[in-house]
Design a protein around this ligand. Structure first.
Ligand code: NI
Length: 174
């Protein structure tokens, strides 16, 4: 197991379009395990491979209180099940300390593959629906701040750069 460095906004690598996983190998299983460890450590509730500079369609998530229900989505596809949208205050490990409301489809069908290379399908609403759409955006090179006004996005960029500089200082002192 290993902690992976997380790319932060406005890193251009976050704009990469992820490729489908051709086969679920041990290497993919190891990457998923490392991504989960990285996500729990951060701490966060979801992480897309794009954020750790691996450009394949792989997402990990854990929405449970106890942090004991890891979910892995490989080659996910989502289909809206309603035209209704819901606003939710989102954050992102690649945009640290920034939170803002984004409107997303409130109910979606998720089709994906698991780590045993088996296809599965679930209907999602609430936080799971929000989170899967947020993470799918990462695989398509998109960030939640893209939905905000240019002014808010600029402020987010300045704040994230400051946070990253502070973290680097702390890392050097250690
Ligand atoms: Ni994110």
């Amino acid at each position: 197991m290993a902690l992976l460095p997380i790319l932060s906004f406005p890193d251009a690598r976050l704009r990469t379009i992820a490729k489908p996983v051709e086969k679920v190998t041990d290497e993919i299983r190891q990457l998923a395990a490392d991504m989960l460890e990285t996500m729990y450590e951060a701490p966060g509730i979801g992480l897309a491979a794009t954020q750790v500079d691996r450009h394949i369609q792989l997402i990990v998530m854990d929405l449970s209180e106890e942090k004991d229900q890891p979910m892995v989505f490989i080659n996910p596809k989502i289909t809206p099940l309603t035209e209704e949208t819901q606003p939710y205050e989102e954050g992102c490990l690649s945009v640290p300390q920034i939170y803002d409301k984004v409107n997303r489809t409130s109910r979606v069908k998720i089709e994906a593959i698991n780590l045993n290379d088996e296809a599965f399908e679930i209907e999602a609403d609430g936080l799971l629906a929000v989170c899967i759409q947020h993470e799918m955006d990462h695989l398509n090179g998109k960030l939640f701040v893209d939905y905000l006004s240019p002014l808010k996005r600029q402020r987010a960029r300045e704040k994230v750069e400051k946070v990253v500089r502070q973290r680097e200082k702390v890392a050097v002192k250690r």
